[in-house]
Design a protein around this ligand. Structure first.
Ligand code: SAH
Length: 351
């Protein structure tokens, strides 16, 4: 039981069951009790670790891919260099260090960070000077070069279970003192019409309303002004099955047990990103390991390894393996790019 459990139980008693999306939004971003609003969850001492926290190589290589895209598109000046959900600001700091010698890149860049958590904004401000935004709609009308790592998985999802030609929505309700999930009666869901062809009774599918809204803002900026977005996350091409997961202290927990205390995420449906990226173009969905290898992670690791020995060398070798090995993050994590018509696909994401 948490303070947030009580608040949500009272709201459900008054208004009826909540959608999973409303529940996730409160659990992650409630101003006083939300998971991200109140803490820095990253790193070995936190609940989970991300690619930029594993190694500087990740942000460096993302930076070089974006800088190459900027060169390929005629070095627009000024341009918006943006990150969604920058965590501790580590990726952006590594990206900026790696691109410092790209002529004109820093001079033309205006750095914009989209971050909802005041706690994490304060962490980011220690490493990067930038303009902060609550959401993507206020990003400047400029060519947009953007990275989002493990951002889309934190966006609230709705879940539906197929029932005949309709769908029962997974909702959050109260049982005794506890929050539990329960199914609504079946109803038609127009957004899921196309899924009637590839699902059967009892199958679960997920939709992420915020993903669609955010992707269309990004894609229309890129279509209008140029730019490139790199979106890195775990997930797959089409949503099927229950992918909701909660993690606390690096271990899985029940997502309804302690809202505000655990990270709650879902796998990203990259097909939904691709569909929302029109009229801009999207790249082939590429495993993270392949993306990083194409950008030269092995050469970079060798350079960094040269002066190292002992534990420091072991840590670097382990980080390289963790980011690229298919048995670790190399194939669960995937990358999709959004880029303008007439430009080449971003480096690392060629067909
Ligand atoms: N990209 C970082 C952090 C990933 S954690 C890394 O790779 O280490 C998810 C990040 O997205 C956090 O910074 C979190 O506060 C932010 N975030 C989650 N949901 C958000 C939302 N709806 N709007 C803005 N930021 C959000």
């Amino acid at each position: 039981m948490t303070a947030l459990t009580d608040l949500l139980a009272a709201r459900i008693a008054a208004d009826g069951p909540m959608t999973l999306a409303d529940y996730m939004a409160e659990a992650l971003m409630h101003p006083e009790h939300g998971y991200y609003s109140t803490r820095d969850p990253l790193g070995a001492a936190g609940d989970f670790i991300t690619a930029p926290e594993i190694s500087q190589m990740f942000g460096e290589l993302v930076g070089l891919s974006l800088a190459q895209a900027w060169i390929d598109q005629g070095q627009p000046n000024p341009f918006c260099l943006a990150e969604l959900g920058p965590g501790r600001g580590t990726l952006m700091a590594d990206l900026l260090r790696a691109t410092a010698k790209v002529p004109g890149f820093h001079a033309a860049a205006q750095i914009h960070l989209v971050e909802a958590s005041p706690t994490l904004r304060a962490e980011q401000a220690k490493r990067v000077s930038a303009t902060w935004h609550d959401d993507t709609t206020t990003l400047p009308d400029l060519p947009l070069f953007l990275i989002a790592n493990e951002f889309f998985d934190a966006l609230p999802i709705r879940q539906f279970q197929r029932d005949g030609s309709g769908w029962r929505e997974v909702q959050v309700t109260v049982e005794g003192n506890a929050l539990v999930s329960a199914l609504s009666p079946a109803k038609p869901v127009p957004e899921l019409e196309y899924r009637l062809q590839d699902t059967k009774d009892g199958d679960i599918v997920e939709i992420c309303p915020a993903l669609l809204a955010i992707t269309s803002v990004i894609a229309s900026r890129i279509d209008a002004h140029g730019g490139t977005a790199l979106i890195v996350d775990y997930g797959d091409w089409r949503s099927l099955g229950d992918t909701l997961q909660a993690v606390q202290d690096h271990a899985p927990v029940n997502p309804f047990a302690a809202p505000g205390q655990a990270d709650i995420t879902a796998h990203v449906d990259f097909e939904a990103i691709a569909l929302a990226s029109s009229p801009a173009k999207y790249t082939r969905l590429t495993p993270q390991g392949v993306f990083l290898e194409r950008l030269g992670i092995t050469q970079r690791a060798q350079t960094l390894a040269a002066p190292l020995s002992g534990d420091a060398l072991d840590t670097l070798v382990a980080a390289h393996r963790r980011l690229t090995d298919p048995a670790e993050m190399g194939s669960l994590f995937k990358v999709i790019g959004i880029y303008p018509n007439g430009a080449p696909p971003p480096a690392g994401l060629e067909p």
